[in-house]
Design a protein around this ligand. Sequence first.
Ligand SMILES: Nc1ncnc2c1ncn2[C@@H]1O[C@H](COP(=O)(O)OP(=O)(O)OP(=O)(O)O)[C@@H](O)[C@H]1O
Ligand SMILES: [Mg+2]
Length: 256
Amino acid sequence: MSDGTPALTIEGLAKTYDDGTVGLEGLDLEVPAGEFFGLLGPNGAGKTTLINSVCNLIRTSGGRISVFGFAHDSMDARRLVGVAEQDPNLDRFLTVRESLVYHGGYFGMSAATAADRADEMIDVFDLRAKAHVRTSKLSGGMKRRLLLARALLHEPRLVILDEPTAGVDIELRHDLWSYIRLLHRQGTTILLTTHYLEEAESLCEDIALIAGGRIVARDTPEGLKRRYDAATLEQVYLQTVSTSLPAVMAAEAEAP
Ligand SMILES: Nc1ncnc2c1ncn2[C@@H]1O[C@H](COP(=O)(O)OP(=O)(O)OP(=O)(O)O)[C@@H](O)[C@H]1O
Ligand SMILES: [Mg+2]
C-alpha cells in the first residue's frame, strides 16, 4: 500500500496455551508493506504461535494485531493474508485441484476464476500429474507444494510461509523462491520463517530474531552482521537466540 500502512502491526502480543505454556510474551513487531521479512529463531521460540495468532488460527491472550490496518480477525484481514502452515492441513478426501478450487470459493472467487487460478497454481508448483489425486495420496513434498499453491491462490497481499522448504527437494526450493521473488517484486509482502539461514540471508530485506516468545533483535542482514561483528547470519543467530551452542563454543574456546 502506498499510503505507508504497514502490512502487519503487532502490539503487546501474548499467548499462553491452556496448559500454561507461554508461547509469546508482550511481542511488538511491525512489517512494512512490500517487505521480504524473515522471522528466525530456535525450535519453540514462538514463530508458529505468532503466525497462528496473526492468521486468527489460535486465540491470543492479549495484545493487538492488524493487517494492512484491519483487525486481524476481520474478513478484510483474512482476505489479505495467505498462509502456508508448518503442519500440512489438507482435506484428505479432496483432490489437489478440488482443494484449490474450494479454497478460491472460501475467498469469494467465482467458480470460473477459482478454476483458472487453480490450474495456474497447479502449473507453478508442478502438480499437473497429481491434479486429480486425493491429497492423502501425495508424498510429503507434494503436500507442501499444494499448501503453497493454496496459500497463494487468492492473491494475498501478505504471504506467510512457515518453514516452507522443510523437507522439500531442490526443484521445489528453486521454483518456490523464483515465484516468491516475483510476487515480492510485484509488491507482495512476504513473511518467512526458516531454519535455513543462508536462504534467509539471501532472500530477506529485514530479519527479526525471536527467542522465548520475544523479539531479540531486528535489522537488515547487513545491519545484524555489523552489530554483532559477524561474518554470516548464522554467527548472528548463534550469538543471539541459539539455546545450546554458545556454551559449547565457549567451552571450545577455553580448551587448550
Ligand atoms: N497447542 C499447544 N499447546 C501447548 N503448548 C504449545 C502448543 N503449541 C505450541 N506450544 C508451545 O509454545 C512454544 C512455542 O512454540 P511454537 O510452535 O510457536 O515454536 P516455533 O518457533 O514455531 O518452533 P519450530 O521452529 O519448532 O517450529 C513452545 O514451547 C511449544 O511447545
Ligand atoms: Mg514452528
